[in-house]
Design a protein around this ligand. Structure first.
Ligand code: IPD
Ligand code: CA
Ligand code: CA
Length: 313
């Protein structure tokens, strides 16, 4: 299995859209026919090796989530920091299989995972930031917009990003410096060059803080300056939609590293802009993000900076 995934990465390097397409589909198929995989053995190296494990883990997690989708009992849903911050049996089972897959190959790496199964107290060169189910509220309501997000950092810099949407079977991937891909095909941010013609997306953290007011004001403001603002409910997938040119920009305050580690790299590798909302240097650990295509970034930052409630970095 894993060797097939490495093959895709190599194809990403050396071109061959059709072959890439063929291989990615072979991967999906091969999960149901594991013996097939044994025929594709060859040596692997980092970061491709990391990418293939991240893909394997994301697809396994996604499969589990899909099994529970639309079929949750109320006893399988609990709340965490507040009554509206949910966790389900699918979040936990997905985390379990993802961590098992990663630990089998990289037992020494640091793992920061939302539902707490990692070992974040250990500091190593490689850190995995995992959201086993991003979009839990959507999932809880059978609203089909959620994903698995797996980002890998090397010395705290994004190295690999994988986001998998199990409903649409869409796999977004990136390695630092090597472009971004959707099911093996290269993707790029959109060419829309004015705010007026753009479609944006944002999100709101569960906790109510001063930034919520800033977020609400920006939501109102951009809603009237653009074609519209969506609130889709899965930050990692929101970022991938910006990377794929389906949306022009995404911003949010109060996110966690597991929400954005993968998606931010995918946007960057798709040629997009990544910063804090006031154009501060992007910091994966402070929860604030502005991701957009490069052509509307300046306009967005100007508009955000004009807003009093958002003006303090
Ligand atoms: C949430 C989603 C949502 C965002 C929240 C996140 P979860 O993650 O990404 O879109 O607005 O800030 O916490 O709880 O579904 O993993
Ligand atoms: Ca999340
Ligand atoms: Ca989550």
């Amino acid at each position: 299995m894993s060797q097939l995934l490495i093959s895709i990465v190599r194809l990403q390097h050396f071109g061959g859209t059709f072959l890439r397409f063929l291989f990615i589909n072979l991967i999906f198929y091969s999960y149901s026919k594991p013996k097939l995989l044994a025929k594709f053995e060859f040596m692997s190296t980092n970061p491709q090796e990391i990418l293939q494990i991240a893909i394997k883990a994301a697809i396994r997690g996604g499969r589990i989530i899909k099994q529970y989708w639309g079929d949750l009992e109320s006893s399988q849903v609990e709340s965490k920091s507040s009554w509206r911050d949910l966790v389900t049996v699918a979040d936990k089972k997905s985390e379990e299989i993802i961590l098992k897959t990663i630990k089998a190959k990289f037992p020494d790496h640091t793992i920061i995972s939302e539902e707490g199964g990692g070992n974040k107290e250990i500091t190593t060169e490689y850190k995995w930031a995992i959201d086993p189910l991003d979009g839990t509220t959507n999932f809880r309501h059978s609203y089909p917009f959620f994903c698995v997000s797996i980002g890998v950092l090397k010395n705290d810099k994004p190295l690999v990003g994988v986001v998998y949407d199990p409903i649409r079977d869409e796999l977004f991937t990136a390695i630092e410096g090597q472009g971004a891909y959707l099911n093996g095909r290269p993707i790029q941010t959109s060419k829309v060059s004015s705010l007026k013609e753009s479609l944006l997306v944002t999100g709101f953290a569960y906790s109510v803080s001063a930034l919520q007011e800033c977020s609400m004001e920006l939501f109102k403001k951009f809603n009237f300056l653009t074609h519209g603002v969506r609130r889709d409910g899965a930050a990692a997938l929101d970022l991938c939609y910006v990377a794929a040119g389906r949306l022009e920009a995404f911003w949010e305050y109060g996110l966690n590293i597991w929400d954005i580690a993968a998606g931010a790299l995918i946007v960057q590798e798709a040629g997009g802009h990544i910063s804090g909302p006031l154009n501060e240097d992007f910091d994966l650990f402070n929860g604030k993000i502005l991701a957009s295509n490069k052509t509307i970034a300046a306009e967005l930052i100007d508009q955000i900076s004009e807003n009093q409630k958002c003006a303090t970095p």
